[in-house]
Design a protein. Structure first.
Length: 53
């Protein structure tokens, strides 16, 4: 099956290029500096989302 490259780039941007909170695993925007969730205390312990192989 052949995918349109522009659709693939859009899907990658929306699904893969994210940050993840290490405490509550919330999906955050790529430029986030802290978590938006109250339950983890707006922690600054965030990491990039793991890349798919």
């Amino acid at each position: 099956m052949v995918y349109d490259p522009s659709l693939a780039a859009l899907a990658k941007k929306n699904n893969c290029e994210k940050m993840v909170c290490r405490k509550c695993y919330a999906r955050l925007p790529p430029r986030a500096m802290q978590c938006r969730k109250k339950k983890c205390g707006h922690t600054t312990m965030i990491r990039p989302k793991k890349k798919i192989k």
